[in-house]
Design a binder for this molecule. Structure first.
Ligand code: HEC
Ligand code: HEC
Length: 192
């Protein structure tokens, strides 16, 4: 009995000593618990600098849409100079804030359902560099005809999530919040 108790105490001590490192995950867990949409959401962006610097050319993707290993590859000075064919360079201080925010809130550190799915699916293998290339995401959009995406002036690329997902900024990607520009009756056009 004594032995079990001291084992528990030792485990607790270990848990407490590492919990500082997981403070962020705990905060995310509480946010997730209190969020009624937790079954479907990814955590909305809360960092002002990330929102501003990464929301200029496209909508600011929630860090929970990619695993930490992807943000590590994407968010360094060299990679940002050649960011998908454009220069998205940042000064060192800003880069550090944005890098740390993205890594701390990555899919594999989040409790939100879609992030969990992305985390599990990307656990093995190389770091994916695009959200649109994740199997989970590409399968969800498989049936949408090209004319509604690339051929659609109001969208242009599947990368522009917020053109169709009206609540993307809140981290909501449910099919019933989709509105494809120029195709008001989109859900009659292809099979689900
Ligand atoms: C100067 C413009 C610019 C800035 C600033 C910028 N990006 Fe991008 N980003 C792009 C372009 C262009 C693409 C490719 C879009 C496409 O293929 O249609 C892209 C694509 C991406 C993708 C892949 C999207 C997909 O297809 O799944 C991610 C992830 C991304 N950016 C993250 C970021 C982050 C994080 C920041 C902030 C550090 C950032 N971007 C800042 C221009 C920019
Ligand atoms: C051309 C418009 C369009 C763009 C751009 C788009 N989506 Fe979608 N998305 C849809 C449609 C339509 C569906 C629902 C498909 C269906 O019902 O079969 C969907 C479904 C989804 C789903 C599954 C929803 C559910 O309830 O199962 C997720 C997650 C998602 N999209 C995420 C994204 C992300 C992340 C991006 C950007 C990287 C993105 N989408 C870009 C149109 C779009």
């Amino acid at each position: 009995m004594m032995q079990t108790k001291s084992k528990v105490a030792a485990l607790l001590a270990i848990a407490l000593s590492v919990s500082g490192a997981y403070a962020h995950a705990e905060e995310d867990f509480v946010g997730w618990l209190l969020n009624f949409q937790r079954q479907k959401n990814v955590r909305p962006v809360t960092d002002k600098q990330y929102q501003e610097e990464c929301g200029g050319c496209h909508f600011a993707y929630q860090p929970g849409l990619l695993p930490a290993k992807s943000w590590e590859v994407l968010l360094n000075a060299n990679a940002l100079r050649k960011h998908f064919g454009v220069n998205a360079e940042l000064d060192d201080d800003t880069l550090k804030v944005i890098h740390d925010y993205a890594v701390d809130n990555a899919a594999d550190k989040s409790w939100y359902k879609r992030s969990r799915k992305i985390a599990v699916a990307t656990e093995e293998g190389p770091a994916p560099l695009r959200i649109t290339e994740l199997r989970y995401i590409s399968l969800k959009h498989h049936d949408i005809p090209e004319k509604m995406i690339k051929g659609n002036k109001g969208v242009k690329s599947l990368s522009f999530c917020d053109k169709c997902h009206t609540q993307a900024a809140k981290g909501v990607y449910d099919a019933d919040t989709v509105d494809i520009p120029n195709y008001p009756n989109w859900d009659g056009w292809f099979n689900k």
